[in-house]
Design a protein around this ligand. Sequence first.
Ligand SMILES: [Zn+2]
Ligand SMILES: [Zn+2]
Length: 394
Amino acid sequence: MKHNLLLIATLAILVSCRPNQEKKEQQGLDRQRPTAAQLLLELDTNKDKKIATDEANGPIADHFKNIDVDANGFLTLEELKLSEKNQEERPPRQTETAVDLSNEVDTSVKVVSVNTANFISENILDGIKKQKVELNGIETLCYVFKTNSRATEHEMGPWCPRHIEDGMEAAGIWFKDDKVYDVSGHFIANLNEFYSDEQWKLYREDGSIRVTDTEEGCLAAAKPDVEEKYNNYCVECLPDYFKEQETTFVIPVTPTYLKTPQSFGRGGIGVALNGVKYDPAAPLHAILAAHTIAPLDDHGGHVNPHGGYHYHAVTGSTKKVSQEDIHADLIGYAIDGFAIYSLTDKNGNKPEDLDECGGHFDDIRGYHYHAGEPGKNEIIKCLHGLPGYTEVKE
Ligand SMILES: [Zn+2]
Ligand SMILES: [Zn+2]
């Protein structure tokens, strides 16, 4: 393990020393990390296909002995590859600016561990590992697992209707002022009235609706700075465009309750029991400023180029675990390890004592969250536990 950490440091420093490396504002694996072959090419000055001690410099030199597993004084491609492989098996790093939260821990609150048996196991790639990860200054035992963030227990889509005469069954949902609306051709045709703004016109003279129906269109429109030619579009990306992407979830095995709620980072805020990511609020302001809408499907999900399918709303479509009492069903876990339950209990009642994050306590479940109304554009509002994190490999 020490060996891995050293190599991470080595590679990270090497990368930062390379000129003209574009810095990518990309949460996710460090994509510019040099491969073993690149390292060899870079450091092997006498071209004998191995790195001698006098060829190594910087951190590679500092950690030479750790990488040189056969201790023969040379680093071969195989040894570099082995280190690379060991490194891939490490848990990903926490990418948000890490604030030390060790003084925020409140151990007086009952907490309940994540039960991984609740997940749909076929949707988890390569199983669930347990690894110690430092989260905001606190060493925490975490579950680390990957998914393709694709729903299997319900269809994904539809999102945008194709013609102003299409019915509600041809499209998903949209929301305004905490209310959910069924999207239909008629809804699209009347967006100017809906938003009291004459600039809205997402359809052509023949009644067909402008939809981003190529991957190129999706990439250009499904981002905060929508490209100009995709203004006045119904934005839709298909899950298949990004089906190779993997989302890694790092979630504390046992959550740590914090005195002060934490705001979300840029990554996922949790995971449904089907392995699909719960995301923070969709950036409505940016979407609407370009006169675009990016409907959710009837299940509360849509697709973007950073992790594919994800939910912004809970509509009751995903796997649920019924409770023995009348409490609402378990539907997922927040990224801090606290469970997320649906909003209403078996009698149809909503909890009335939810805190600013959407959580509360009971004796059986300890601290836990209840998902917000689907029109709120937020499944939970903040985190009351020590946050884990997600990472997307694109
Ligand atoms: Zn989204
Ligand atoms: Zn509850």
